[in-house]
Design a protein around this ligand. Structure first.
Ligand code: HEM
Length: 395
């Protein structure tokens, strides 16, 4: 007896998606590429061409999802707006994250962060690069970029986590709301301090850019959008950093290729975000009745653009489950593909691909996975390593 594709979708459990979503995605792409999954409460869109279609039609797939929990925690923000409101906020926030500014303003800051962190553990000969390096590295860099250099990495990480927990608090847990509210209040205070500093003396930070844009943002808009950037600018670079290291340290031949030709770090970055996309899916809401890959979706439906599945679509990427830095295809969707295309793309590419990985390989000779402590991996909305124990030769 064969299982009907719809029955398969009915039976998908969140715990299975968390453990390993890729076999489920493969089946969905083949048998039910657009289908309602009750456990998620959304239509999952899993084929590359369908995700591209949705991204190219923001008029049909709106980012302004009704009753989104993110609005309760953070308030209105660029991620959950459509154009033209979205474009106005993005134009004010984006200039410090453009490639030229990253090279001139931020590259030395990112390098200093990497070196100080490595200094703090190099003599140990072992570390968990998730907790000891990747998280604090991404958080410290983001604090500087935003214009909050006084904020400690551990506070950035805690605020980000507590706000994100609030954004997915479907169980309505009062403790989660309390922590999210406290985090949000702490960000407000830090932003207030930064705004008074840069009001008369603009600098190159995102907060300064928002305040002094041609069409400046209001203090409320600045606070809300700083929260979105904190929510999106720490975990994703952290996760690509650890996933790429894990993949490379598990594959001596590809590691040797990169060590012989540092120009390949770029490939490592693009292949890592394709292979284990740090954001596996993001939401949209339909504005009209429509049909996609043979499935009718009524107006007002909640849908998920599952880029973690689209980035392993065998019609676009041959042998999609293989980590292959020599892959020719580069049209992955790890940063999205429409008006909300990730604002931090060049920040992440630079801080991870050009600073973090080369610094770790240069400064930790003989870097290798710890054979006694295997890594943990999990997640599907956000997917990444939860630990990365490594060793190297002590100086
Ligand atoms: C490898 C690292 C990263 C990945 C894979 C990633 C992925 C994404 C994706 C998929 C979106 C689109 C979400 C949607 O349309 O709903 C997005 C949006 C966004 N990302 Fe990233 N991101 C990364 C790093 C960063 C960093 C470092 C920052 C901050 C400096 C950042 C800031 C943002 C912002 C502000 C948006 C919203 C843009 C808009 O609405 O126009 N991201 N990111």
């Amino acid at each position: 007896m064969t299982t009907h594709p719809q029955d398969f979708a009915q039976d998908i459990r969140l715990s299975d998606l968390w453990d390993d979503p890729y076999p489920i995605y493969r089946k969905l792409r083949r048998d039910a590429p657009v289908t309602f999954v009750p456990a998620v409460g959304r239509y999952l869109i899993t084929r590359h061409e369908d995700v591209v279609f949705a991204e190219q039609h923001p008029d049909l797939f709106s980012s302004r999802e009704k009753d989104s929990l993110i609005l309760r925690v953070i308030g209105a923000n660029m991620l959950r707006e459509d154009d033209p409101e979205h474009r106005r906020i993005r134009a004010a926030a984006e200039p410090p994250a453009r490639p030229r500014r990253i090279r001139t303003d931020w590259s030395p800051v990112f390098q200093r962060t990497a070196d100080e962190l490595v200094d703090s553990f190099a003599e140990r000969g072992e570390a968990d690069l998730f907790a000891d390096f990747a998280g604090p590295f991404a958080a410290t860099n983001l604090a500087h970029l935003l214009g909050l250099p006084q904020v400690r990495a551990e506070d950035m990480i805690r605020w980000s986590q507590h706000m994100m927990d609030g954004n997915s608090n479907y169980a309505d847990d009062p403790d989660v709301w309390a922590r999210a509210t406290a985090a949000s209040g702490a960000v407000d205070e830090a932003v207030e301090e930064a705004m008074s500093r840069v009001r008369d003396e603009p600098d190159g930070s995102v907060i300064s850019s928002m305040l002094h844009a041609d069409d400046p943002l209001t203090p409320q808009e600045i606070r809300n959008n700083v929260k979105v950037i904190i929510g999106g600018g720490i975990n994703e670079p952290r996760d690509v950093l650890t996933a790429g290291l894990w993949a490379l340290l598990s594959d001596p031949a590809q590691r040797a290729d990169v060590e012989a030709d540092p120009g390949l770090w770029r490939n490592v970055f693009e292949e890592t975000v394709r292979w284990m996309s740090p954001i596996g899916m993001y939401p949209r809401q339909t504005t009209a009745d429509l049909e996609l890959s043979g499935t009718r979706i009524p107006a007002g439906s909640r849908v998920a653009l599952v880029i973690g599945a689209a980035n392993r679509d065998e019609d676009v990427f041959p042998e999609p489950d293989r980590f292959d830095i020599h892959r020719a295809q580069r049209n992955h969707l790890a940063f999205g593909g429409g008006p909300h295309y990730c604002m931090g793309t060049w920040v992440a590419r630079h801080e991870v691909g050009e600073i973090a990985w080369p610094t770790l390989f240069r400064r930790l000779p003989g870097l290798a996975l710890d054979p006694d402590r295997p890594v943990d991996v999990g997640g599907w909305v956000f997917r990444g390593l939860l630990t990365l124990p490594v060793r190297w030769q002590r100086p």
